[in-house]
Design a protein around this ligand. Sequence first.
Ligand code: BTN
Length: 265
Amino acid sequence: MPLHWDAESLSRTLAPLAAGLRVEVAAELDSTNTALLDRARSGDARPCLLVAERQTAGRGRLGRAWWSQPGQALTFSLGLPLAPRDWSGLSLAVGLSLAESLGEPVGIKWPNDLWLRHEDRKLGGILIEVLPLPADTARPGARWVVIGAGLNILPIAEAASPAGADTFRTGYACLREFDPDATAAAVLHRVAAPLLQTVLDFETRGLAPLLSRFAARDVLAGRAVRAGDLAGTACGLSPDGALLLREAGDRVYSIHSGEVSVRPC
Ligand code: BTN
């Protein structure tokens, strides 16, 4: 059954926030992130919200594949020129915006995985990629940023996941578990404007105003975690968005990138 996205009304909602932003829906793409990066490389750096009903080569963080079936997930990317003073924390701001739009049961697993709180199951993920822009086309310091999000809408049979796909590393969760009306289109309409507003606010104000709200959604806080060779207790974020990890000897480390896993109790 065709999905109804009502892209025109979404365009009207977003236009006052970002002049000229287009909303496009494609039946199939390899990856919405790849498509917007390719466009910018070929000179088209107009702001765009690009949705794909099906991605044939969706990409996740750390080089993983992001796999989904049509209708089962909302997959989109927001591409725009951005010139924040400090880029650190953009992915946290994006995760926070999505978590808050999706509702109370949604938490953030640092840096920006969306989890069903209290259950440690992954509802969605975010992949942010940045390209330089030709100096003559951009505001000073601006880069082309592509913010890709994949949000699980419907349950999926684990057996249907291709071998090697990353979908179930942390257990699968979907929005229908707590929102019986969730559809890909309805969720897009719910999350898009707050996300765009959050990104524009981040450009001018950075991460600082969001830290207390992040803390309220932080699923790792106070829990035993592992990050590479380090093991300890997650204890919130530093002002620049690094994860703070307290080792048994009370030494606190700042984790700036990579994967963090929750250790079994
Ligand atoms: C992750 O959790 O590893 C991040 C997953 C990000 C997936 C989304 S789906 C839309 C956009 N296009 C992509 O190729 N990836 C992102």
